[in-house]
Design a protein around this ligand. Structure first.
Ligand code: NIG
Ligand code: FE
Length: 371
């Protein structure tokens, strides 16, 4: 039973439902399986242009880092995205968002970061604001790469701090700030300075951390109380222990590891140490040109030793924590939003068949979502 705001008033047998709730919207779920709607907590869904030719190059042995160093990679998407109009970007992004919705995603995180200048980053965040369907959590990823207009990362970070972040707060375009801390991109010291100042301005912070090398992003994230550190591949005992003692969620992105032929993150070690692990697609035109939620969980089961319940938790409860939405979403509980998936299929049919979400119905705030 759900109140007019879409929050759960009661879950259980109708005979046990307190009479004062019986007048509100009810959904009969008897005999069906129900679990929280999926939360996709790390994507770069707003961009223009494809990078399939780079994929070919990587297959012939050229690395992601090499392609980036000679101006390809993220910067090639930046060129295409700056040129694209708001209308075109909205159209492209909406169809990607529809694809997530179709897979049972009720809440979707989307990062900016393919524009890297004031005017165009604002354009991306405005596009994100106009999207329909799932509830969208925008993240500012201006610190994604060094744009051609700047000669040093330090100068660019100063520009982000003084020219862009204050406007984002004023226009309420994003509440979260992300950074790519990696060799050949932003280093840990500059990253820490940037994120601390972002926190001072009132933003929540998250970090792309330890993806290609042990670049220090996890340490920075834990030290600052980041909501999440994402990728988390090159980590040792001390990072894992620090994460376990913190409230920071480790967001693992196995599709990017598949496409980049990287090692998979040590999910088993993280979980056994007590770290909260979430999963996401990392959908983007470079390292993860796929939106496949089921394949993401399947890889976690096949390659990372995660159990099916751990995968479900990673895509619901822990993803909600990574987005700081766990008071409202991520479990089916009185007081939270009635975002849930209802199915006649066994739960073992999920995260099993790549590219195929079993038959299901998605409810958002207690209402059947139309697809
Ligand atoms: O999460 N690592 C940085 N960002 C993305 C890749 C972006 C791109 O290649 O366009 C990632 O893998
Ligand atoms: Fe990413």
């Amino acid at each position: 039973v759900v109140d007019p705001a879409g929050r759960i008033l009661f879950v259980g047998a109708w005979t046990d439902c307190p009479t004062q709730f019986k007048k509100w919207r009810q959904t009969r779920l008897q005999g069906r399986r129900v679990f929280p709607a999926f939360i996709e907590c790390h994507t770069h869904s707003v961009f223009a242009g494809e990078r399939a030719s780079e994929f070919e190059e990587r297959l012939s042995g050229i690395s992601y880092a090499e392609i980036a160093a000679r101006g390809g990679g993220i910067l090639s998407t930046v060129k295409n995205t700056r040129r694209a109009s708001e209308g075109e970007l909205l159209r492209r992004t909406q169809s990607r968002v529809d694809e997530f919705f179709r897979q049972g995603v009720a809440t979707l995180e989307i990062k900016s970061g393919y524009a890297l200048d004031l005017k165009n980053e604002l354009k991306l965040l405005k596009v994100i604001k106009k999207l329909k369907g799932p509830s969208i959590v925008p993240t500012f990823l201006g610190a994604h790469a060094l744009p051609p207009e700047f000669s040093s990362y330090e100068l660019y970070v100063d520009y982000l701090l003084t020219e862009i972040l204050p406007r984002l707060r004023k226009q309420k375009l994003a509440q979260r700030v992300d950074i790519f801390i990696e060799h050949g991109f932003f280093d840990r010291h500059l990253g820490e300075r940037y994120l601390r100042q972002a926190q001072t301005l009132g933003f929540d912070v998250v970090v792309h951390a330890n993806q290609l090398a042990p670049s220090g992003g996890v340490d920075v994230g834990v030290r600052l109380g980041a909501l999440s550190v994402d990728h988390v591949i090159h980590v040792g005992k001390s990072q894992i222990e620090a994460l376990a003692r913190s409230n920071t969620v480790a967001v693992l992105l196995p599709l990017a590891d598949l496409y980049l032929k990287c090692a998979y993150p040590p999910a088993r070690k993280l979980i056994d140490a007590g770290v909260r692990v979430a999963l996401a697609t990392d959908f983007n035109p470079g390292s993860s040109p796929s939106q496949d939620v089921m394949l993401t969980g399947l890889l976690a089961r096949l390659e990372m030793g995660m159990t099916l319940p751990e995968v479900f938790r990673a895509y619901t409860t822990h993803a909600a924590m990574a987005l700081n939405r766990h008071r409202d979403e991520g479990t089916i509980e009185v007081g939270k939003l009635a975002n849930f998936i209802c199915t006649d299929e066994p739960l073992s049919a999920f995260f099993y068949s790549a590219g195929r979400v079993p038959e299901h119905e998605l409810f958002v705030a207690g209402r059947l979502a139309s697809r």
